[in-house]
Design a protein around this ligand. Structure first.
Ligand code: 9D3
Length: 266
């Protein structure tokens, strides 16, 4: 899969994408990431990428020309012309739809993904209206531009590419499906065990400065381990993300446990 990142800060990406799974996916030719400097697509002496907003107001607006011309240089036409295919253009913006794991799954099926990073007060709306297929935000907080968003999307999508995870993946998928109905977009949700948050993990030493690993995990009793993991995943989900519990299929045993927790309202 080919990622094309359009930015006025190309050097921003020398780093976040050169580690771990994303780096290995590039080395294995599963992912190819090209960063394009939007200033290279300006024509004036000052390499201007922004201008004042029509109608007045604070801040500057990203001009449409460098963005359209950079995308066109990749052989990708405006949205109407190219239609729906295996290329997609995404504008990162605070006004976008929330980027979620199911969207990461959709994007992982593409041949080419173009990620446009805005800066300033915003990007000329014609980019969203006529060039991009979708406008995505990575969360409900204000960032100073789209670069971190693009890095987040490349990371989340790359690890879904077949072969990108190696052994880690298969091991993880097993625990993901642990005893629960799996939600919409398959077991690869951010939430472990099918819509719940992941259970806590421990490794040696079994006693670190008196902080002990839970007995159940040392028991060697697989049924006891499974039950413990399920219970703490339920408890953690109830505490940190109660919204998720409503969307998950709970077994009779789960419900009993959750009701016990609610009663104590820990
Ligand atoms: C007056 C309101 N503006 C600034 C406080 C709106 C605004 C403009 C530009 C808010 C953020 C930005 C820059 N942000 C992004 O380009 C961005 C973003 C984000 O801010 N939050 C979550 N995801 C993303 S993706 C791109």
């Amino acid at each position: 899969m080919k990622f094309h990142i359009l930015t006025i800060f190309p050097e921003f990406f020398r780093g976040p994408l050169e580690h771990g799974i994303v780096r290995r996916a590039q080395e294995a030719k599963l992912a190819e990431i090209t960063v394009h400097d939007l200033r290279a697509f300006t024509r004036d002496r000052h390499r201007t990428v922004d201008d004042r907003p029509f109608g007045g107001g604070e801040g500057m607006v990203f001009k449409p020309e460098p963005i359209f011309e950079c995308v066109e240089s990749l052989g990708i036409a405006a949205r109407e012309v190219r239609g729906i295919g295996r290329d997609s253009v995404v504008l990162l913006s605070a006004q976008g739809k929330l980027f979620t794991q199911p969207i990461a799954g959709e994007l992982a099926g593409l041949e080419r993904l173009v990620l446009i990073c805005g800066r300033y007060e915003g990007v000329d709306e014609r980019v969203s209206d006529f060039l991009a297929d979708r406008e995505l935000s990575i969360g409900e907080y204000v960032l100073s531009g789209g670069e971190l968003g693009a890095a987040v999307i490349v990371d989340a999508v790359t690890r879904l590419l077949p072969g990108a995870l190696g052994n880690e993946a298969s091991a993880q998928q097993e625990s993901f499906t642990d005893g629960a109905a799996v939600t919409g977009n398959g077991p690869n949700s951010t939430c472990a065990s099918g819509g719940l948050l992941d259970y806590p993990h421990y490794t040696r030493p079994a006693d670190y400065r008196g902080m002990k690993v839970p007995e159940a995990l040392i028991s060697g009793n697989h049924e006891e381990i499974r039950r413990w993991r399920r219970r703490v995943a339920l408890r953690k989900t109830m505490r940190n993300r109660p919204d998720l519990l409503e969307r998950v299929a709970l077994s009779a045993e789960d419900k009993e446990f959750v009701e016990g927790l609610s009663a104590k309202s820990e």
